[in-house]
Write a protein that binds this ligand. Structure first.
Ligand code: FMN
Length: 144
């Protein structure tokens, strides 16, 4: 089972969540700029994490992976999307919504997760549940 966790993080909040998910899930952890896009089709699951920029926007470093998945349209690829944001902004974790809308159309999206800024103890419980949902979807595929 090949799993990649790919994230964008400016100030470390999303990196903290990605690291927690990686510790529960295993697999390969990449900063988005280090992920080899040519390998996208070689994974069973891809988990994408992003902070939100501007007015609910996807950070620009996320655009290439967004476009690559959209173009390849990997219907059997299990995906999950997570992110951190600040509920002070009108579009809380808008980047998660942007990614979710694309992944729901082009992949087998299992789960989404939004976290307020730096993850707290209860958020790590949510990270574990996030991983459980991904594993359940992968398991369902095996038996389907
Ligand atoms: C200029 C700017 C714009 C932002 N816009 C949003 C936004 O629209 N929605 C949101 O939920 N958070 C917004 N944020 C908050 C960040 O997404 C949030 O602090 C996040 O946890 C940062 O994650 P990182 O530490 O991984 O970079 C913005 C932050 C900055 C500095």
């Amino acid at each position: 089972m090949r799993v990649a966790i790919i994230y964008a993080s400016g100030t470390g909040n999303t990196e903290e969540v990605a690291t927690a998910i990686h510790s529960y899930m295993g697999g390969e952890l990449y900063k988005v700029g280090d992920f080899p896009l040519s390998q996208l089709t070689h994974y069973d699951a891809i988990l994408i994490g992003s902070y939100t920029w501007g007015n609910g926007e996807l950070p620009k470093e996320m655009r290439s992976v967004y476009q690559a998945i959209e173009e390849l349209s990997l219907k059997s690829l299990v995906t999950g999307v997570f992110g951190t944001g600040d509920s002070f902004y009108p579009k809380f974790c808008g980047a998660v919504d942007v990614l979710r809308d694309m992944l729901a159309v082009h992949t087998n999206l299992a789960v989404t997760l939004k976290i307020e800024q730096m993850p707290q103890a209860e958020d790590f419980v949510k990270c574990r549940m996030f991983v459980d949902r991904v594993l359940a979807r992968l398991e369902g595929k095996k038996t389907a």
